[in-house]
Design a protein around this ligand. Structure first.
Ligand code: GLA
Length: 449
């Protein structure tokens, strides 16, 4: 047996042996026999919905296997198909998580009726089918601990309990997320998980939680890495795949240690519903593009689209920038009361496709300074790039790029405006546009590598 084939089979067997929910994959061996040029789509029906449908084909698999995705289950692939099979099988958050979270709009004013209505709206308003599939409760669902230490939900706001709420959310085809804090209390002074990590993770697993956000209040004197490691280990021990969202506001460079413990980490302080705050979090995140990749993402915080502080052009720019950052797209608004313009922003499939591109490479700046400039990111398809011309300033700006700046050859490419949903007339090797204040032009470029 050739060495390459032997390694391929070992990697697949390792994946399946370690993941009891991962059945043998029909036809996978055939694909792995390929020379990397076959277009063979693999179905990997492993886990409870965590496996993101058909794996990339051997021909189009765009990336090297990350050295360690998740819990070390991803053996560096000898060639592409092995990597795709491995990683799709066991990587949580292979693309940035999408969903809704209660904090930005509702703060502590949450209860089970409201959350059920949000679950309903995620489905009925088309968000779930656009990819927004996590429904996350933030702070204030917890009230106290039982005598045995187990965490108890607020009985007034959540009389049916978290297990029932998780069932409801799962019944809608969504995933369910909860918030806790690494410290002794949450930021709103509810019980924190310090010293209770294993017990809390076990409760979450029993309730059917799929995503845990872990905040950083009331942690005086504590070591960040130790605390997030403790929650990571507790989740592994609990035995249910749960995304761990590290929320320590970018303190101590979480992009350098976060991937060991979680799937995303906040890069900045809390976002507010203002242009200045959005800019601050964007600039505080784009500098760490290299840290992002499948299974591990920079998190510039939740979206403010639909909360009233940004006008439509600003909201489109905010959404464009988050897509370029490969950021989690977690809406934080009232999904029951969105106008059509706001919905069209959040449901723009072409922009979402940039964010969710399986290559998972975040944008880097090509030109400009501060809040004015051009950023580009490579996409999985051959010759594909996403480019944003962003003007965060108060004056119009002339912005542009050459195809060669994108690493593309020749004079021709198809440029598509992802907000106008239109291909642009022939541009030649360079593109320029006057960009209005507080707005962005988002393009997909298809050229020759
Ligand atoms: C911190 C976090 C926010 C939110 C609140 C809740 O400020 O950064 O995202 O979770 O706590 O209290």
């Amino acid at each position: 047996m050739p060495l390459r084939l032997l390694l391929s089979c070992c990697a697949l067997l390792l994946c399946c042996a370690l993941l009891t929910a991962c059945p043998p994959v029909d036809g996978a061996g055939d694909a792995l026999l390929g020379d990397g040029t076959q277009d063979v789509a693999l179905e990997l029906p492993c886990g409870d919905g965590l496996c993101a449908g058909p794996a990339e084909s051997a021909a189009t698999c765009p990336r090297d296997c990350p050295a360690d995705c998740g819990d070390g289950l991803c053996t560096a692939g000898e060639f592409c198909a092995v990597c795709a099979a491995d990683c799709d099988c066991d990587t949580l958050a292979a693309t940035p998580p999408m969903g809704w979270n209660s904090w930005n709009r509702f703060g502590c004013d949450i209860n089970e009726e409201l959350i059920k209505q949000m679950a309903d709206a995620l489905v009925s308003e088309g968000f779930a089918s656009a990819g927004y599939n996590y429904l996350n409760l933030d702070d204030c669902w917890q009230a106290s601990r039982a005598e045995d230490g187990s965490i108890l939900e607020d009985p007034t706001a959540f009389p049916s309990g978290m297990a029932a709420l998780a069932d409801y959310v799962h019944g809608k085809g969504l995933r369910f997320g909860l918030y806790t804090c690494a410290g002794t209390q949450t930021c709103q002074q509810r019980p924190g998980s310090f010293g209770f990590e294993e017990q809390d993770a076990a409760s979450y697993a029993a309730w059917g939680v799929d995503y845990v956000k872990v905040d950083w209040c009331f942690t005086k004197g504590m070591d960040r890495q130790q605390r997030y490691a403790a929650m990571h280990e507790a989740i592994v021990k609990a035995g249910r795949p749960m995304i761990l969202s590290i929320c320590n506001w970018g303190i101590d460079q979480p992009w350098s240690w976060g991937p060991q413990y979680g799937q995303l980490w906040r890069t900045t302080i809390d976002i507010m519903d203002t242009w200045a705050s959005m800019l601050y979090n964007f600039l505080g995140t784009e500098a760490h593009a290299d840290a992002a990749g499948p299974g591990h993402w920079n998190d510039p915080d939740m979206l403010e689209v639909g909360n009233g502080g940004l006008d439509a052009a600003e909201a489109r720019a905010h959404f464009s920038l988050w897509a370029m950052l490969a950021a989690p797209l977690i809406a934080g608004n009232d999904l029951r009361a969105l106008d059509e313009e706001t919905k069209a922003i959040l449901l723009n499939q072409e922009v979402i496709a940039v964010d969710q591109d399986p290559l998972g490479v975040a944008a880097k700046r090509l030109s400009g300074e501060g809040v004015v400039g051009v950023w580009a990111r490579p996409l999985a398809a051959q010759g594909a790039r996403a480019v944003v011309l962003f003007n965060g300033s108060a004056q119009p700006q002339l912005l542009g790029f050459q195809l060669s700046d994108l690493g593309l050859q020749g004079e021709d490419a198809v440029l598509r405006d992802l907000w106008l949903h239109q291909d642009l007339p022939d541009q030649g090797p360079s593109f320029q546009r006057q960009v209005e204040p507080h707005s962005a032009v988002l393009l997909k470029v298809l050229g020759t590598d």
